[in-house]
Design a protein around this ligand. Structure first.
Ligand SMILES: [Zn+2]
Length: 298
């Protein structure tokens, strides 16, 4: 079962003792400290994501060595100049004090990547150092997808439980188990407001699949941004005492299903309160959102 996840990544990382040896082994020639630029990437974690899937800590441990030596490609602007990065080291970072929605300690797979410095890599390095957020698409394969409600393997049995639904108060999600392969990762430029989002698509190999994935990711972000904007607007309409910023930051933490629910409920309430005005403001509001998002997508 092939999986592609998106995460937010790209942060400068200092060289540690022994790193140059690891890098030299991959590059098949010794490289001097001045010749390489290193940075870290958040590859994947054990939080339940927007597809209601998560990697088990054990799966992250299995993926860790598989990502070593894998290449990272940058979006069109950069790949045209032949930029590539390579993961030379990985580690599973455990943050036990932070609990996942599944109730266990948070952990994530951190990848350390290097680039060989050339004249044209200077701008890219400045972008990473400057903290411009990039989304990272990460691909891997797992053998099993275990239903959190009944424990069946969803790749062989259809138990009928739907991810994201609750059964007797228990949320249904899928646990991705048995890592079998890891693929290259790619950086996708994010226009604005990157969400710690996750987009998955069947991997068909090659650049075409990546391009399609990028397109889907952009559409998904537009939909979510619209939805969040709508919820904030309706919430403020329903209760003018609310703090807009607080509502906005709350919507950033909600899943699409939760946002749809809220939107319905607020729409009902505002519909009762302001039957005529709502319609007008709704149209004005959504048009403004479309304008904004067109600018992001351009
Ligand atoms: Zn099930």
């Amino acid at each position: 079962m092939k999986i592609i996840k998106e995460t937010v990544g790209g942060e400068g990382a200092a060289l540690a003792a022994g790193d140059l040896e690891l890098i030299g082994a991959l590059a098949r020639r010794p490289l001097a400290r001045e010749e390489v630029y290193t940075f870290s990437v958040r590859l994947c974690d054990n939080e339940i994501d927007r597809d209601f899937e998560r990697f088990l800590p054990q799966t992250l441990e299995e993926l860790a060595p598989m990502f070593v030596g894998k290449s990272g490609i940058f979006d069109h602007q950069w790949s045209a100049r032949g930029q590539a990065a390579r993961i030379y080291k990985t580690e599973v970072i455990r943050e036990p004090e932070r609990l996942t929605r599944a109730g266990d300690g948070y952990c994530w797979l951190k990848g350390y990547a290097y680039m060989v410095c050339t004249g044209s890599s200077r701008d890219l390095i400045a972008e990473i150092e400057g903290g411009i957020k990039k989304e990272v698409s990460v691909g891997c394969s797992v053998e099993r997808s275990i239903c959190s409600v009944c424990g069946c393997d969803r790749t062989v049995t259809d138990c009928g439980h739907e991810k994201g639904q609750e059964y007797g108060g228990q949320l249904c999600w899928a646990e991705l188990e048995g890592a079998s392969d890891a693929y290259e990762f790619s950086f996708v430029a994010v226009p604005a407001q990157p969400m710690a989002g996750v987009v998955k698509s069947a991997r068909r190999g090659g650049g075409q699949a990546m391009a399609r994935l990028e397109e889907e990711a952009a559409l998904g972000r537009k939909y979510l941004e619209n939805l969040r904007g709508e919820v904030v607007r309706l919430a403020l309409l329903a209760d003018r005492e609310l703090d807009g910023r607080a509502v906005k930051s709350l919507t950033d933490k909600l899943s699409p299903a939760e946002l749809e629910e809220l939107k319905k409920s607020f729409a009902r309430r505002t519909g009762e309160k302001f039957p005529l005005k709502t319609q007008l403001q709704y149209e004005a509001g959504s048009a403004a959102f479309d304008e904004e998002n067109r600018a992001f997508l351009a």
